[in-house]
Design a protein around this ligand. Structure first.
Ligand SMILES: C[S@@+](CC[C@H](N)C(=O)[O-])C[C@H]1O[C@@H](n2cnc3c(N)ncnc32)[C@H](O)[C@@H]1O
Length: 218
């Protein structure tokens, strides 16, 4: 199966996910909702499991959440997070369909995720939140990192759509390609703000924008 496909997962694909793993169960719920591009399932899963290996508990804040699957998988992987806030300035209508399908399979998710249509600049955040974002395009990733640092929260981002125009690449572009230089500068900035940083990758066959940046305050 091409894990990078943007085709929607539908009930026709249920036989592909017949196993008894948590991933297969989530994939079946996603197929029944029939609204999510295949790639988003794999991205959310691969990001969530890596985040949970490092960061437990706290309210989840899924920024630029789209369908909010990342937030819901994070809740499934660690029940010690009481609730999740999934925020985007435009939440697709089908996010509700997906949430209903996941709730049908895991009633314990019910009433624990709140979708909010808002600009990320306006969200009220707390020090013990776990801020996550998958594919916050261009400078949106920097906004999310800034917002996390502002309140000293843990953060995990999978940057994409690097906008190199006028970017500060710290002179690294002679050695590193532009997007990589930009992510290195993000790491350096977080470290200078006292953060401990972990760099990982999700599998490149899902997306070439696969660098995962996790950071926690001292
Ligand atoms: C590439 S999508 C990523 C969606 C989802 N996280 C995913 O992985 O599929 C970027 C999202 O950022 C949202 N967005 C862009 N600027 C925003 C802002 N200033 N405040 C809130 N959401 C924003 C868009 O509405 C869009 O849903």
């Amino acid at each position: 199966m091409d894990r990078s496909s943007r085709n929607r997962l539908t009930e026709k694909l249920l036989p592909q996910f017949a196993g008894d793993t948590l991933f297969d169960a989530i994939a079946r719920a996603v197929c029944r909702a029939s609204c999510l591009p295949r790639k988003e399932l794999y991205e959310a899963w691969e990001v969530a499991r890596r985040v949970r290996r490092r960061f437990r508990g706290g309210r989840i804040v899924d920024m630029a959440c789209g369908h909010g699957l990342l937030a819901q998988i994070l809740l499934l992987l660690d029940d010690s997070s009481p609730v999740a806030l999934a925020a985007d300035r435009h939440i697709p209508k089908s996010a509700a369909t997906l949430a209903v399908s996941l709730n049908d399979s895991w009633p314990r998710l019910r009433d624990r995720i709140q979708f909010v249509e808002a600009d990320l600049r306006d969200l009220q955040l707390h020090h013990d939140d776990l801020i996550v974002s998958s594919h916050a395009c261009g400078g949106l990733t920097d906004l999310i990192l800034d917002r996390a640092v502002e309140i000293g929260a843990r953060v995990a981002v999978l940057p994409c759509c690097h906008d190199l125009k006028d970017a500060d690449l710290s002179g690294l572009q002679g050695w590193l390609d532009g997007p990589l230089a930009m992510d290195v500068v993000r790491v350096t900035r977080l470290r200078s703000q006292g953060y401990r940083v972990f760099t990982q990758q999700i599998p490149g066959d899902i997306t070439p924008k696969n660098r995962l940046l996790l950071a926690e305050p001292p």
